[in-house]
Write a protein of this length. Structure first.
Length: 151
């Protein structure tokens, strides 16, 4: 049996993580693209996501970016968590916007990594920029291996 390609590993991790990602599911997020060290996650801004200024709550925009970061840094199938994040909001997310968070690897060495993520709306307007630093737990897979099905 041949070894899976890095892309196949990333897709398996995406599927396994999303199955248990109750936060992303509750917010209506979709992982629209995945590759080793990169991910794009989308989310429609719903009325229940608006703050007192009638714009998307910054914490929810941060959650979207953090989710893309999580999928990007776990795509190698090594359990990886955030050690720090920084986010800058540059424009508001508005009701009905479709936001896309695109995360990509800047650096990965040893147990640490740096990932940048840009959140934009459906018109390509930048909403936020995000930088995440990751820590990998060596020897632990990001998702449990699929159990063989009974014949």
């Amino acid at each position: 049996m041949s070894q899976p390609t890095p892309q196949q590993v990333a897709e398996r991790v995406r599927d396994g993580m999303f199955r248990n990602d109750r936060a992303a599911q509750a917010m209506g997020m979709q992982v629209s693209e995945i590759a080793p060290g990169a991910a794009t996650v989308t989310m429609a801004v719903r009325p229940d996501m608006l703050n007192g200024h009638d714009i998307c709550h910054g914490g929810l925009i941060t959650t979207l970016a953090d989710t893309a970061f999580a999928y990007a840094c776990n795509a190698y199938d090594e359990l990886t968590v955030a050690s720090s994040i920084a986010v800058d909001f540059v424009a508001p997310g508005r009701p009905g916007d479709m936001l896309s968070a695109r995360a990509h690897e800047v650096s990965r060495a040893g147990r640490t990594g740096v990932y940048d993520c840009e959140v934009s709306n459906q018109r390509g307007e930048r909403i936020a920029v995000f930088r995440g630093r990751s820590y990998t737990v060596k020897g632990k897979p990001a998702v449990k291996p699929a159990e063989p099905s009974a014949a």
